[in-house]
Design a protein around this ligand. Sequence first.
Ligand SMILES: [Zn+2]
Ligand SMILES: [Zn+2]
Length: 223
Amino acid sequence: MRCFLCQLPLQLAHHGICSRCVNILPRLNKVCPQCSLPHSLPAKICYRCRATKPNWDKLIAVSDYIQPLKKVIHHLKFYQKIELTLALARLLFLAWYDDYLQGKLCKPDLVTCVPLHHSRYWSRGFNQSQLLAKPVAHWLNRPFLPYLLQRQQKRSDQKKLSLKARSINVKALFACQTDLTGKTVLVIDDIVTTGNTIKAISEQLKKHGAAHIQILCLCRTLL
Ligand SMILES: [Zn+2]
Ligand SMILES: [Zn+2]
């Protein structure tokens, strides 16, 4: 088994990407702890979050949506390279763990993922966020609830819509039937773009009593 990025033989085959390639991945630095967008004082929340406070509490991202992660995610989603799941899940876990070691996070009570609409699930055959979240929940030794959130209605393709239309498109998109009173919930997604999806999800989770919401994603697109 070879590293997906540099093609050198892997010492630990299940890692998918070698430790050298992991270490040189471009990371986000100097970002706001709440929205993960660029911010000169990373110890404090940014002016955007102060103006409109997000309804989630922490957003942890591995990288901007750039190479080489972009290519790896693309291969997972569109070429069904399911064997990349563990490599990507490991990156997610390491990003979370890094913040945890620095005392910026508490351990969640449960882990969930952003649900995919049925039609997309059937065309793709899997929900990449669910595949990524399962091993993370296992490493955290916390329950994994992949169906905590349900999608309500069919949405138009987000990519084809304007920013404003995207925001309307995700409204009332998710439902939750579980009491989450006092719980810390970790939500896993592959890419966070506008933040509208995680906003709609966080709204539902808070409505059902969640006390603290952590969002963990591979890429945060820097708008
Ligand atoms: Zn490598
Ligand atoms: Zn912010």
